[in-house]
Design a protein around this ligand. Structure first.
Ligand SMILES: [Zn+2]
Length: 557
C-alpha cells in the first residue's frame, strides 16, 4: 500500500542550508501510505516524522486527558505537556507568569433546558416549542431570563453596509427577535459573510438595531453535523471571557437555533415555507423579509460559574537584530469539548484531529527548527490556545493582551483540524486572497508540489471559526489551513463522512485512520511557510481590496 516520494525541495525558496536541514529533519523517512488502515498498524511505514507527530496526538487525545475542556484538569495536563515540549525544543518561555503560561479567566454558562421553556404565541394561543428537537438555546452569551417578543424574518440577517449589502436596512427591529437562514448571497465572499455572522459583529449589529435576540436556521446544505448531535452538544456549557469589554454582547441577547425540520412552525401563517426559502438561497436569489405570524414567549434558566485556563506561549527569538522584534505567530488550539453526552457508549470527546493534531504540528515544527539549528530572521511565537471551542476565546484574550508588544505581531498562521485523511495534494487556505500571506502560501505550496485552493464551502463560515480570526480583528494578516480535495473526488466524500460522523464526536479519537505521511508533509510545508514569512524583508500586508484591511488602520473599528 505504500508508494511515495520525497517532494522536491527548492533551495531558493527557503534560503539558507540550515533551514533546509530543519526541513529535512521534519520530513525524515517520509513515505506516503494510503489512508484507511489504523495508523498504529501502519506506523512502521509512515516514517519517523509522521510517527513523532502521531505520538503527540495520542498523548493529547488520550482518555486520561478527558477531552481537554478549557478549565479542566485534563486541559491543564495537556498545557503542561505542551510547555514541556516547548522547553525541550528550545523555545523560550513567553507567558505572563515567567513561564510558558498566560492564564485566562472565563465565565461558564450552563443552560438549564429542563427548567426553561419556549412557546410560539399565535392569536393569543401558546404552541410549545420542544427544547432540543425544535430549538436549542445559545449557551455563550448572557440570555434574558424571560422573553416575549414578535418574530421577524430578515433573510440572511447579514449587515454589511460597507459591501453594499444589508438585510437589516429599513427594518424596525426594536424589541423583536430576528429569524434568519444561515448563508448569504453568492456575490459576497465567504470571508465577508463569515465575518458578518461572527459572534461579536453579529451581536453588535442586532443590538444597535434594538433587536431583542435572534433565532438562526441552519441551511441543511452547509450543516457540518446533524441536528441529533447538535442536540447532544447543547448540554455542554458555554463560556465567555470574564473581562466584559471582550464579550460579544452588551447585556442580554436572546439567542437560539431552530432545527430546519421544525422551522415551518415559525413560518406557519406567513405565506412562506422553509423549502421555498432554501430553494431561493440555493438558486442565489434574494430572500424576502417579512413579519412572522407568531411571537415568541418563554423563560431561559442559566447557571453561572467561573474557571481559569492558560494559553501556552513559547518563542524562538529571531536572528536579525532589527527584525527579531517582530513576531510571526504559529497558533493551534489545545482545548476540546471534554466529557459530554455518550455516543455509542463513549462519553469522552478526545479531539484528536480537533485539535491535538494542530498542537502536535506546532511541537514538531519547533523540534525541526531546533534540530536544524538556524534561526529565522524574525522571531517565531508558538501559541497553544484555550477556549477555542467556546468561541475563539483564548486567542481573543491573547490578541487583546499579547505577551509581546501588539504592534510586533506581524502574522498568524493557524493550524486547526487540518484533517490529514488522505495524501496532501491540495491545501485549502482560508484568507488566501486577503493578504500577501496568501502569496507566500501559494509559493510554499508550489515548492512542495501542493496546489493552494480557495475554500470551496464558504457557507461553513470557516474563516471565523478558528483562532486566526482573533488576529484578523486586530489587523494582523492571518491564514488557516486544511487539506483540500478535487470536487466530486473520493477525498471529498471522506471529508464529508468525517465531518458527519466524527467531527465534535467521541469518535474523533486516536482510533481512526490518518495518513501519517501526509501529516508529516503538511508539517514540513507549514515550517517552510513560517520560515518564508519570517525571513522576508517586508512584513506581510493586507491586499488593497481586502475588506479586512480596515482593522489594520489606526482609528478603525
Ligand atoms: Zn472543534
Amino acid at each position: 500500500m505504500t508508494t511515495g516520494t520525497q517532494p522536491t525541495v527548492k533551495a531558493r525558496s527557503w534560503g539558507a542550508a540550515g533551514t533546509l536541514a530543519a526541513l529535512a529533519l521534519l520530513g525524515a523517512g517520509y513515505m506516503a501510505r494510503a489512508a484507511g488502515a489504523p495508523p498504529a498498524a501502519e506506523a512502521g511505514g509512515a516514517g519517523e516524522a509522521g510517527r513523532r507527530w502521531w505520538a503527540h496526538v495520542r498523548y493529547l487525545a488520550d482518555d486520561k486527558l478527558e477531552g481537554r475542556l478549557t478549565g479542566s484538569a485534563g486541559y491543564r495536563q495537556a498545557a503542561q505537556y505542551v510547555a514541556d515540549r516547548f522547553r525541550e525544543h528550545g523555545l523560550a518561555p513567553a507567558g505572563t507568569d515567567g513561564g510558558y503560561f498566560q492564564p485566562v479567566r472565563f465565565e461558564v454558562q450552563q443552560v438549564v433546558a429542563a427548567a426553561s421553556r419556549l412557546a410560539l404565541v399565535r392569536r393569543g394561543r401558546e404552541e410549545p416549542l420542544a427544547l432540543g428537537p425544535d430549538v436549542l438555546l445559545g449557551s455563550r452569551g448572557p440570555q434574558p431570563p424571560t422573553v416575549d417578543a414578535p418574530l421577524v424574518f430578515v433573510g440572511y440577517a447579514l449587515h454589511l453596509p460597507e459591501a453594499g449589502y444589508d438585510d437589516l436596512a429599513g427594518q424596525d427591529l426594536r424589541g423583536k427577535i430576528v429569524v434568519y437562514v444561515n448563508g448569504g448571497p453568492p456575490n459576497l465572499s465567504g470571508a465577508l459573510k463569515a465575518h458578518a455572522r461572527a459572534g461579536a459583529e453579529f451581536a453588535k449589529a442586532l443590538q444597535q438595531a434594538g433587536a431583542a435576540g435572534y433565532i438562526g436556521i441552519p441551511n441543511p446544505r452547509s450543516m457540518d453535523i446533524p441536528w441529533a448531535r447538535m442536540m447532544l452538544a447543547a448540554s455542554q456549557p458555554g463560556m465567555r471571557l470574564a473581562e466584559s469589554a471582550l464579550q460579544d454582547t452588551r447585556g442580554p441577547l436572546f439567542t437560539a437555533i431552530c432545527n430546519p425540520a421544525a422551522a415551518d412552525k415559525l413560518l406557519a401563517g406567513s405565506g412562506h415555507s422553509l423549502a421555498e426559502l432554501l430553494a431561493l438561497a440555493g438558486a442565489g436569489k434574494p430572500l424576502p423579509r417579512f413579519a412572522l405570524a407568531a411571537s415568541l414567549r418563554g423563560k431561559v434558566v442559566t447557571r453561572l460559574d467561573r474557571v481559569e485556563a492558560p494559553n501556552v506561549v513559547g518563542v524562538l527569538p529571531g536572528a536579525d537584530p532589527a527584525l527579531r522584534q517582530q513576531y510571526v505567530v504559529l497558533s493551534a488550539h489545545l482545548d476540546h469539548l471534554g466529557v459530554g453526552e455518550p455516543i455509542r457508549g463513549d462519553r469522552i470527546y478526545n479531539g484528536a484531529m480537533d485539535n491535538a493534531s494542530g498542537v502536535a504540528s506546532l511541537i514538531e515544527i519547533a523540534r525541526a527548527l531546533a534540530a536544524g539549528g538556524k534561526k529565522p530572521r524574525r522571531s517565531l511565537l508558538f501559541l497553544a490556545l484555550c477556549g477555542e471551542e467556546k468561541g475563539l476565546l483564548g486567542s481573543r484574550w491573547f490578541a487583546a493582551h499579547p505577551t509581546v508588544p501588539a504592534s510586533a505581531l506581524v502574522a498568524d498562521l493557524n493550524i486547526d483540524m487540518f484533517l490529514p485523511l488522505y495524501p496532501l495534494r491540495y491545501l485549502t487556505v482560508l484568507g488566501v486572497e486577503e493578504s500577501t500571506l496568501g502569496d507566500d502560501a501559494r509559493a510554499a505550496g508550489a515548492a512542495a508540489g501542493v496546489e493552494v485552493v480557495p475554500d470551496r464551502f464558504p457557507d461553513r463560515n470557516l474563516f471565523v471559526r478558528s483562532d486566526q480570526y482573533s488576529f484578523i480583528r486586530k489587523g494582523i494578516p492571518a491564514l488557516a489551513f486544511s487539506f483540500g480535495e478535487a470536487p466530486g473526488s473520493p477525498e471529498e466524500r471522506m471529508k464529508k463522512d468525517w465531518l458527519t460522523n466524527r467531527y465534535h464526536a467521541p469518535s474523533d479519537d486516536a482510533d481512526q485512520p490518518v495518513d501519517l505521511a501526509a501529516a508529516a508533509k503538511f508539517n514540513r510545508l507549514m515550517l517552510a511557510l513560517a520560515l518564508r514569512v519570517a525571513d522576508e524583508d517586508a512584513r506581510p500586508t493586507w491586499k488593497q481590496a481586502s475588506f479586512f484591511r480596515r482593522f489594520a488602520q489606526p482609528g478603525g473599528k
